[in-house]
Design a binder for this molecule. Sequence first.
Ligand code: BG6
Length: 285
Amino acid sequence: MSQHAIEGFTGRRGLPALRLRDSSGAQADIYLNGGHVTSWVNPAGEEMLFVSDSSRWQQGQPIRGGIPLVFPQFGPGPLPQHGFARTSQWKVVDDSREAGVRLRLESSSETLADWPHRFAAEVLVGLSGESLDVCLEITNEDESPFTFQAALHTYFRVADISRVSLEGLRGVTFVDSLRERAREVEQRQQVRFDRETDRVYVRAPDLLTLRDHAGHRAVTIRKENMPDVVVWNPWIGKSRRMEDFGDDEFTGMVCVETGAVENTVTLQPGETYEGRTVLTSVVAP
Ligand code: BG6
């Protein structure tokens, strides 16, 4: 069982952050802005997550990279894109018994103005050797049911996107956001990237493997109670259109997001949803 150390530090542009380390040498940084994991370094000292050099580091703005928390809406809709969790200020839940960092976000007059439901959200980030464990909990603190979407919008760092493959999605139906939400069944054993990709794989298997062939490493993605997987790379055109993303950075990242997107979650008063994803870094020849 590895030992943890947690320390607060001043992050980029003065934003408050926490660093979690374990005895294997692994570490993770978590910003209170968005309850956002911005870095995950494996015991070999390799950064596993991508963060854009053009990211904004500003309170109330999303960070481009790492693991943005998507809640209560995925994508565009009545709320701001991907919901308000990623732009809200989360609070640290101090509990020395906790095996990691726990942050909390509660409904406030601001969230209630946008989304009229009382809730409490908590994210627990843990490290254990080669694994990063992220658990998202949402509790209905209201008197009537509510429905939401949620996701861990993980940006993986890769050496060369043209030599990346994602395994585990064969036979899964996906909704293609680039073709007016056309539905199709994935035929490939290995999903590869040679163009803009923006798909929601519906009810995907709970274990996927992302292989970064040029980087000689892989990561397994094991999810629980997060039925859907979003796969996204903006490629050339969209990279140029995004202000907080470099024109060439699409070659060094891919998002494999786990969550409840097509399959929304409904909670009765007092109920809690718990979704979890464990990422494990693997050395590949
Ligand atoms: C993905 C969406 O999850 O997030 C894409 O499927 C979107 O359509 C991408 O472009 C990034 O979103 P944002 O709001 O962080 O620019």
